[in-house]
Each structure stands twice: as C-alpha cells, then as structure tokens.
Design a protein around this ligand. Sequence first.
Ligand SMILES: [Zn+2]
Length: 221
Amino acid sequence: MTDNYKISLALLAKILQEENDEHWANWMLEDIKLWEKDKSVEHHLHAYGGMGSFNDVVIGDNDNEGIWKGKIFEYLQALAYSLAKGNFLETILETFSNPHRVNEISGWRCRNCGDARMTDREINLFITNYFVPKFFVKYVQEDRLKEVLDICKLIDSEEVIGKKSQLKSLIQEANIILNPDDNWLWNCPKCGSSEVCVYRWVVLGDDEELVEGEDNLSYRE
Ligand SMILES: [Zn+2]
C-alpha cells in the first residue's frame, strides 16, 4: 500500500529545502526516519501547536507560482497531520472535497462611490482554494501524490486556465476593475475617499454568477 504519510513528509521537506527553511526541513527528515524505524508519529505531531510552530510556517511569494506552492504546502501539512493523528484516508479526502469558503473572492470597495477592485493575487488565491484540494483528492486516489509538486503543470492545465478566464469575465461583467498591483489601497483611485474597505464576493454555481457577500460593510451608492 502506498505510504502517503511518508510521501507527504518528503514533499514537505522538499519545499522547505527550496525555501531554505533548514530547521523545519530537518524536522521532516527526522519524522521520516522515526516513521521508518518504528512507525512513530509523536515527533511530527509535536511540530504543531503553539507560537512559532509548524502551523505558522508560510511558504511562497505573492506571484502565481508562490501562491500555488503555499496552498499545496498547507494541504500537505493537513494530510501529514491527519494521517499522523490516525484518521482514515477516506475521511481526510472527504474533508478535502468540501473545503470551507471555497467560493469566496476578496477585493476592495470604496464606501463612498462604490468603486470595486480586485487584484490578480486575489484571483489566484481563489483559483488555488478551488483547485488544490481537488488535485489532492485526485492524485491521492490515483496513487500519484508526488506529482502535486509539478506546479507549472497544474497552473497550465486546461481546467485551471478555463476557470480563470471564466472568472475574469464574471469580474468584468460585474464592473469590478482589475487592479494592476496589490499594494494596499489607502485612497479610492476614482473619488479619492479614504473609506476603502476589504470586500467579499461569492461565485455561485459553476461560475455562473458573482454576487456580493453577505458579511460586507455597506456603501453609499
Ligand atoms: Zn471612491
């Protein structure tokens, strides 16, 4: 049977090495050794919880590849942790199939004039939230978990490209401007007001509609 726990640890170590995080990379390598020796998971479980723990490690830059890498890292952590906890693989994949708030996308909105903006970063975050858990389920089921680190292949896959362009059309139809950079917006580029806030939208159905989230601050139209 495939040892998905060991594979997750090895992939985590690989990412950490790429990011020059020697401390946690070595921790994962130690976890592999202990697992191979007597199937012990205690050391790995000790990595989580508390300040400066393994949960707090953030991976990847703000570019598209970095965002994918960060999200894949999160899911590898979740997989390794849950397997170490003794959860059944089927149960874990079930959780991955129903991720929380997967249809939400954030941007900015001016509370004075209603001007709405989104950045490429937010779109990429939405796309990874949507696809990474799906790829995990698929790859584990097809016994090729190792391939989740082939990030360029995932980014360039037909389904990802298709979804992204569909999403961009929805954004344009909703009169949301695609902001060229993601520096914090202190003032509205349209009216100059400082009442710019973070705003959430929800994608409904199979990319059929983009609607405003329910927990947003109000704005004057
Ligand atoms: Zn404005």
